[in-house]
Design a protein around this ligand. Structure first.
Ligand code: HEM
Ligand SMILES: *[C@@H]1O[C@H](CO)[C@@H](O)[C@H](O)[C@H]1NC(C)=O
Ligand SMILES: *[C@@H]1O[C@H](CO)[C@@H](O)[C@H](O)[C@H]1NC(C)=O
Ligand SMILES: *[C@@H]1O[C@H](CO)[C@@H](O)[C@H](O)[C@H]1NC(C)=O
Ligand SMILES: *[C@@H]1O[C@H](CO)[C@@H](O)[C@H](O)[C@H]1NC(C)=O
Length: 327
């Protein structure tokens, strides 16, 4: 009796320990640290920030584009800089996969940041970490919250077109709420994380081809808002690349207006409006729409969790010299 109960106790203890370690949460076991470059590249923060600031001062959308690159990096085989790799003779990269093709952008800014960082600390800072730092800087520069970015990711030597093209990895704007929830769950992110991270759509733009079915066919949309968007996005053909702001009120400010739009049935993407459509996330959207501080707190916590998804650390991967290609 005693031995069987003690062995079932230790099995339970091991299980609990594994859960604490994050073995089952797909990412919180990441071994990253906010002080990773404190001895090897203390200049990294000021260097990245001034490059991001100069990019945003030329085109404010670039802040949004950098934030989205970090998300698309982390959701495809972890935050390993793979999204930045150009195609090579040995692999097709992620840039032309469905959710990315003709949509993700900001690569020249990343090159510029990387070359400035290489000047102050050659061969030290990974491209994956640059995306994480630049995302935080973008949010701050556009008026949002700040946080201590965890660092120490290394760069992948390869990229996966097929993983990036897999609709189960990067969420589709045509998804239902339950698909959005399960897609984030697979990455170790909760429903709260998913809703808070969707608040990134308080900045940036989307193409006509992405919103056509929403503005012509969805019924949970404000009619005057739909008409406004239809004026630059014809029903049948043409205008595929015409752009519309994800947040119609303050498209270049990181604030909680995105959530107010959802309450008013003015979400731009079908997936945005799914978060406030009579389902389980309505109350959280209402909270964020009234309370920017709670949105910011949850957004920061979720960004840190997202940045922890399956990084390469220790001696895995490499520190790329050029973010577009393996060394
Ligand atoms: C919840 C699931 C999500 C879906 C379905 C989704 C989908 C999309 C789509 C379709 C676009 C516009 C693409 C185009 O038309 O070219 C977009 C833009 C954007 N997304 Fe998301 N997204 C999601 C979550 C996120 C997350 C978690 C972040 C970051 C934390 C993010 C950040 C952005 C930003 C900043 C833009 C604008 C980019 C720019 O203007 O260059 N999104 N998203
Ligand atoms: C990417 O988009 C371009 C232009 O629409 C298209 O010609 C190309 O086939 C697409 N690439 C892939 C891999 O689908
Ligand atoms: C990428 O995914 C889309 C949508 O699932 C699919 O139609 C297309 O064939 C895929 N492309 C390749 C080259 O696998
Ligand atoms: C709207 O829905 C109809 C019927 O399902 C479909 O034939 C049409 O292509 C859709 N239009 C757009 C713009 O998505
Ligand atoms: C985790 O980080 C510490 C401190 O940087 C390092 O000594 C250790 O080797 C790392 N472990 C792994 C598995 O990367």
């Amino acid at each position: 009796m005693a031995s069987s109960s003690s062995s079932s106790f230790s099995a339970a203890a091991i299980l609990a320990f594994a859960v604490v370690l994050g073995v089952f949460t797909g990412g919180s076991s990441a071994n990253l640290s906010t002080s990773f470059y404190s001895k090897t590249c203390p200049m990294v923060f000021t260097t990245v920030k001034s490059a991001v600031r100069s990019a945003i001062s030329q085109e404010s959308r670039l802040g949004a584009s950098l934030l989205r690159l970090h998300f698309h990096d982390c959701f495809v085989n972890g935050c390993d800089g793979s999204v930045l790799l150009d195609d090579t003779s040995s692999f097709t990269g992620e840039k032309t996969a469905g959710p990315n093709n003709r949509s993700i952008r900001g690569f020249k800014v990343v090159d510029d940041i990387k070359s400035k960082v290489e000047k102050v600390c050659p061969g030290v800072v990974s491209c994956a970490d640059i995306l994480a730092i630049a995302s935080c800087d973008s949010v701050v520069i556009l008026g949002g919250p700040s946080w201590d970015v965890k660092l120490g990711r290394r760069d992948a030597k390869t990229a996966s077109f097929s993983a990036a093209n897999n609709t189960g990895f990067l969420p589709s704007p045509f998804s239902s709420l339950s698909t959005l929830i399960s897609g984030f769950q697979v990455k170790g992110l909760s429903t709260t994380d998913m809703v808070a991270l969707s608040g990134a759509h308080t900045i940036g733009l989307a193409q006509c081809r992405t919103i056509r079915s929403r503005i012509y066919n969805d019924t949970n949309i404000d009619r005057s808002f739909a008409k406004l968007r239809q004026s630059k996005c014809p029903r049948n053909t043409g205008g595929r690349k015409n752009l519309a702001p994800l947040d119609l009120q303050t498209p270049t400010a990181f604030d909680n207006k995105y959530f107010q739009n959802l309450i008013n049935k003015k979400g731009l993407l079908h997936s945005d409006q799914e978060l406030y459509n009579g389902g389980s996330t309505d109350s959280l959207v209402r909270t964020y729409s009234n309370d920017a501080k709670t949105f910011y707190d949850d957004f920061v916590a979720a960004m840190i969790k997202m940045g922890d998804i399956e990084p390469l650390t220790g001696s895995s991967g490499e520190i790329r010299k050029n973010c577009r290609r393996p060394n």
